[in-house]
Design a protein around this ligand. Structure first.
Ligand code: DX5
Ligand code: ZN
Length: 227
């Protein structure tokens, strides 16, 4: 596996918000593939973060795809604003909307890529019937809501299970993992089949500069020891 076959998606949740644009640009210059933007509504998860205005501002600072992770109870309320603000991929949680199929297809028909996220306790079968409509599946390896939480080890087996399901469809659906990803866990999740690694604190909250932190994760993910 080459290091470029793995995508790194720095999560700006751990960035310095007082200079968000620059931190996004540092990630792009440091070799990131996506910018991961965590939208939290204080209802689906306990925290509050950003809305479409912040997405629109970030859009001015990078050409990278904006990977919008909607941790909100009513994603249908915000998706068209996110598209207008410059989203490239919108991921909704399988646990959130009652009519997941409708929301997924609304997002698709607005011309952006669509993903579905699963919380740690949600069985993988919950996405079986929606798979053909998806561009991406996001496996949460922590309970969503905060950065810097400990990786849940059972996620490795879950990723392998989902990877098998995705392979069986024969469709090019990307497998993303989010939560507690750093140099050590990156290798395990990639071996299990993950292709896109979200990393918040391991990119923005270390002693390294952003570019070095990204390189370290990418190299560990593919089993290269040098940083
Ligand atoms: C958690 C968010 C993550 C978060 C990850 O609810 O969805 O994207 O930023 O942070 P780390 O990588 O520090 O676990
Ligand atoms: Zn996220």
């Amino acid at each position: 596996m080459t290091s470029r076959s793995i995508k790194i998606a720095p999560s700006i949740l751990s960035a310095d918000f007082s200079r968000l644009g620059e931190q996004v640009r540092e990630a792009e210059h440091g070799g990131a593939d996506y910018i991961h933007v965590d939208i939290m509504d204080g209802h689906f998860v306990p925290s509050l973060t950003f809305g479409p205005q912040v997405v629109r501002s970030i859009r001015q600072w990078t050409r990278l795809p904006l990977d919008i992770h909607m941790m909100v109870s009513t994603p249908q309320q915000f998706t068209s604003e996110m598209v207008d603000a410059g989203a490239d991929l919108i991921t909704v949680h399988v646990e959130a909307p009652i009519h997941l199929h409708r929301v997924v297809n609304e997002i698709k028909s607005s011309g952006v890529r669509v993903g579905v996220a699963l919380n740690p306790a949600t069985p993988v079968l919950a996405i079986e019937d929606i798979l053909p409509d998806l561009d991406q599946v996001l496996i949460m390896s922590v309970n969503p809501g905060y950065a810097s939480q400990q990786f849940i080890e059972a996620s490795v087996a879950k990723i392998a299970k989902v990877k098998k399901m995705l392979d069986q469809t024969g469709l090019p659906i990307e497998l993303e993992v989010d939560g507690g990803i750093g140099p050590v866990t990156a290798k395990k999740v990639v071996e299990a089949g993950a292709q896109v690694l979200v990393a918040g604190s391991a990119v923005y909250d270390t002693n390294l500069d952003v570019a070095k932190a990204i390189t370290l994760i990418r190299n560990s993910a593919v089993g290269k020891s040098e940083s």
